[in-house]
Design a protein around this ligand. Sequence first.
Ligand code: ATP
Ligand code: ATP
Ligand code: CA
Length: 217
Amino acid sequence: MAYFAVIGLGRFGTTTSLELMHLGNEVLGIDIDPKAAEPLAERLSQTIIADATDERALKELNLGNCDGIVVAIGEDLQASLLCTLNLLNLGIRCLWVKAGDSAHHSILSKLGVRNIVHPEEEMGIRVAQSLNYPMVNSYIGLGHNTYIVDVNITEKISSKTVGNLRKATGNQVNILLVKRDIEIFHHPDDNFALQNKDHLVLVGARDVLTKLGPLLK
Ligand code: ATP
Ligand code: ATP
Ligand code: CA
């Protein structure tokens, strides 16, 4: 079990803090506005009404014991930056900060914050990708243009084998597993026959994966 603090209990901060609780952690929620903090009083380990731009108030909260802190004040640029600066001054290193726009992002980055998130933009990208690649259920970017993707097998290609797909990419894609209902087949060989509603999990470079697009649509 780890101990986290979430500062700013808007929609993003609330969701993050409740999920951390759900995962079995202790969470301290902080908000300047009682209307944001009070509804969470029973659902988080502790909630505190405090102004996170006030360095002394933050110091009293002993945040140094936290395994990670999320700054989820997105819209008030000044409050977010002051709060972040205060946390950095307190020696806190594991920081995740929500940014409202690109100016906010650049300043956070200059301050040395490594985990900067843009929930609205990131979700916007995901929705656009899902519309463009309807067969992709979910994906994880591994960096250097490499992705793990979970693809839905539709009736149209259910007659194909794993070997057919591998060949279509010039053997450049690594097929990790096929999920069929609750069954999982690890490293299926070329003869493995795909069925409608299977999930195929593969890893490869983006340009190689997109070669599969026309085949899977
Ligand atoms: P979301 O979209 O996630 O709802 P947001 O990015 O639009 O949030 P705000 O609604 O501006 O951001 O702020 C999130 C929360 O942060 C609010 O509940 C607000 O009261 C709180 N907050 C703002 N300033 C401070 C501060 N100085 N100290 C503590 N909490 C603050
Ligand atoms: P975000 O957090 O993504 O910036 P939001 O969820 O806070 O957005 P709003 O900013 O209220 O939502 O609305 C998003 C956009 O939708 C705005 O540009 C707004 O003008 C537009 N919008 C609101 N109502 C309508 C409507 N009835 N028809 C068309 N567009 C609308
Ligand atoms: Ca918002």
